[in-house]
Each structure stands twice: as structure tokens, then as C-alpha cells.
Design a binder for this molecule. Structure first.
Ligand SMILES: C[S@@+](CC[C@H](N)C(=O)[O-])C[C@H]1O[C@@H](n2cnc3c(N)ncnc32)[C@H](O)[C@@H]1O
Length: 351
């Protein structure tokens, strides 16, 4: 097939060409402060350094340097996906780009894969998974809270310039819904980012194809321990692998070359394992501690005989979000899509 006949993957067009109405634009000023705006007909960007009309940006190529009416300069670029997820409206905590990259690699998310994920939260990980499965794949995302799913829909539409044809969100608890909606053994990859992934073990074992990869993203050591022990005890998966990713930026300036003083030290742990064939007996870890020196009481603090009600977001140190903030995040998440739709209907009525 000649290059001209290959259809552009979904969302590619929105990332190319001159700036258009509805685009999100990252403006970096002379002090390297970053602001992100959505281009609108008649829109203006105001700071104490003056006013920058959106018309001065629309139609320019990416990477242009633009002066506001007082001569203050801004470098204009479309945010990369990694920039977008850190600044996008959010309800729940997002998967950081450094971890999303690892999930795609160690979770082996391939073009054309059938992937299920939960929860959707703000849709940060969904964006990476959709980019990895591509137009020929399928991402089925499960979220128990409609308000979060709504924010995620807005964020995903902003990145891909509209609905993604390979994406479906289902509302409800993953462990109940996935077995209703996915055929047994039909899913290539499962990715869970939630408080209690061990509650989903039977559902994952049902829908995941033999050899399929299950990736868990959990923020605390107690969750990691509990999910690993549950996976081992089930005997349906390979020995889990656990790791975290630390990314340290560097300051490079002449002879002053050193690591940055500050970094995001902890986000979460990743746990991966693979589904064994139903007929297979798992090969247990070679060396396990034989004589436990810890008390049953200590162990029960993170095993299943512990009171389920104590595994709350607050107990694990996660902050909640008010209804007011959730409503504002949903409105902001759909802003780019609203502006783009308004522009499209304006263009249609002119034609
Ligand atoms: C930390 S957030 C996910 C963030 C998301 N991965 C992102 O990158 O934006 C966790 C989400 O899981 C959802 N959740 C928790 N348990 C669930 C379950 N059993 N089924 C479906 N969703 C669940 C919560 O409502 C919450 O939105």
C-alpha cells in the first residue's frame, strides 16, 4: 500500500498542522512559567504582563514565539500527552506519565490488543492505553462512579479531537460488570488502578486469555502485599513481579551538571503476572520464608481476614474530592470539545 492510502490513526490530525480554534496551547513565558489555554474565536489570555489575543496564535505553526500587546513573549506548543495529563481536569488521582509508560511496556499493551481497565478515574491511563492499542484494538474501561467517567470522557475527547472509536466505558463495579460484558478467556491484557484489586481476582481469571498479562497499580505497600498474596494463593497466575519507577531529572548548565534537587519520589507500585492455562499448576516461588517470625495479628493487618471496611481511601492516605470540585472538573474537561463543536457548527452554517 502506498503511504498516501494509509488512513491517519485516530487523533493524529488534531496533533498536526497550524493552531486551530479548540486546540489546547501551552504558553511558556520569558520566565519559563507555563500556562495552558484553549483557543477560542475572540478569546484573550490576560496576565499582569498584558493581553495576548487568541487571534494572534490561530493559524500559526506550532513552536511559534508570539508577543502580547506589551511585547512580552510566549513560546506556543500543543501540550504533549504527558503534559496534558498533569494539567487536565481531574476527579481522582491520575497515573503519572512515568508509570503509564511502564504499564504500556511491562503490561505489554500492543497495537490491536483487547484490553480491560478499571477504574477510569480521570482517564489519564485510558489515554496511554488507547494510544497503545490504536484504532485496531479495543479498550473497555470500567468505572463505578459516573461523575469520574464523565470527566474522563471529556479528557479523552480533548486529546483525540473527539470520541475514540476503540473505546467503551461501562459504569459499575469491574468485578461484576466485566464478566457480564466480556467473553471468558477473550481479553489480552488487564490493567487495574483501584483501592482493592484483590476483589477482582476471580473476574480477571475468568476474562483473561491464557498467557494474558494482568497489571496492578497500587499506591501503598499494604495493598501490594495483599494483592501479591492473593494472586499466589489463587494458583491461576504466574509468580507476580513487583517494582516501582523513580525518574530523576538533571540540571545541565555548563559545569553545573547534577541531579535536580527535587523529584516526584513516590507515586505507586506496579505488580504484573500472567494467566496460566486452566489445566496448569503454577510453579511456586523457589524460596519462601518457611518460619514466619511475625505475629498473626501483624499479618492480619493486610490479609483478607482483616476488616474489609478498614480498606478505605482515607485509611490508605488518599484525599477525597468535593462534589463542587468534581462538577468544575467535568465542566473544564469538556471545554475543548464544546469550543470545537461550536466552531464546526459556525463553519457549517457559513458553507
Ligand atoms: C485512582 S483512580 C484511577 C485513575 C485513573 N487510572 C487515571 O489514570 O486517571 C481509581 C478509580 O477506581 C474506581 N474504582 C475503585 N474500585 C472500583 C471497582 N471495583 N470497579 C470500578 N471502578 C472502581 C474509583 O471510583 C476511582 O475513580
Amino acid at each position: 500500500m502506498s503511504e498516501a492510502k494509509i488512513p491517519a490513526p485516530h487523533g493524529a490530525a488534531a496533533r498536526r498542522g497550524p493552531f486551530r480554534v479548540g486546540d489546547r496551547v501551552q504558553l511558556t513565558d520569558e520566565k519559563h512559567r507555563i500556562n495552558t489555554i484553549t483557543l477560542q474565536n475572540g478569546g484573550e489570555f490576560h496576565t499582569h504582563k498584558g493581553v495576548l489575543p487568541h487571534e494572534a496564535i490561530i493559524g500559526l505553526p506550532e513552536g511559534s514565539v508570539i508577543e502580547n500587546i506589551d511585547g512580552f513573549r510566549y513560546q506556543a506548543l500543543r501540550p504533549l500527552a504527558k503534559d496534558f495529563v498533569l494539567s487536565m481536569p481531574r476527579g481522582a488521582t491520575v497515573v503519572y506519565p512515568k508509570d503509564a509508560a511502564q504499564i504500556v511496556q511491562f503490561g505489554d499493551i500492543f497495537p490491536g490488543a483487547r484490553v480491560v481497565e478499571a477504574g477510569v478515574g480521570s482517564g489519564a491511563l485510558s489515554i496511554s492505553l488507547l494510544r497503545a492499542v490504536g484504532d485496531g484494538g479495543f479498550l473497555h474501561s470500567f468505572e463505578r462512579r459516573e461523575e469520574f467517567a464523565d470527566i474522563a470522557r471529556g479528557n479523552v475527547s480533548t486529546v483525540f479531537g473527539g470520541d475514540h472509536p476503540s473505546w467503551q466505558i461501562s459504569i459499575g463495579d469491574f468485578q461484576d460488570k466485566v464478566v457480564e460484558l466480556e467473553e471468558p478467556g477473550s481479553v489480552d491484557r488487564v490493567v487495574l488502578d483501584m483501592l482493592s484489586p484483590w476483589e477482582c481476582l476471580d473476574a480477571v481469571a475468568t476474562v483473561l486469555a491464557p498467557g494474558g498479562v494482568w497489571t496492578n497499580y497500587v499506591s501503598s505497600v499494604t495493598q501490594m502485599s495483599r494483592v501479591v498474596e492473593a494472586i499466589r494463593a489463587s494458583g491461576q497466575f504466574t509468580e507476580p513481579e513487583c517494582f516501582e519507577t523513580l525518574v530523576r531529572g538533571w540540571h545541565v548548565d555548563g559545569l553545573a551538571v547534577r541531579p535536580d534537587h527535587r523529584m516526584v519520589a513516590h507515586t505507586a507500585f506496579l505488580i504484573t503476572c500472567r494467566r496460566l492455562a486452566d489445566s496448569a499448576d503454577g510453579i511456586p516461588k523457589a524460596k519462601r520464608i518457611k518460619d514466619h517470625s511475625y505475629s498473626a495479628e501483624d499479618l492480619s493487618a493486610w490479609t483478607k481476614d482483616h476488616d474489609e471496611e478498614e480498606w478505605t481511601a482515607e485509611a490508605l492516605g488518599e484525599r477525597g474530592i468535593s462534589d463542587k470540585k468534581l462538577r468544575r472538573a467535568a465542566r473544564d474537561a469538556h471545554q475543548a470539545v464544546r469550543v470545537r463543536d461550536a466552531q464546526d457548527s459556525e463553519t457549517d452554517s457559513e458553507d
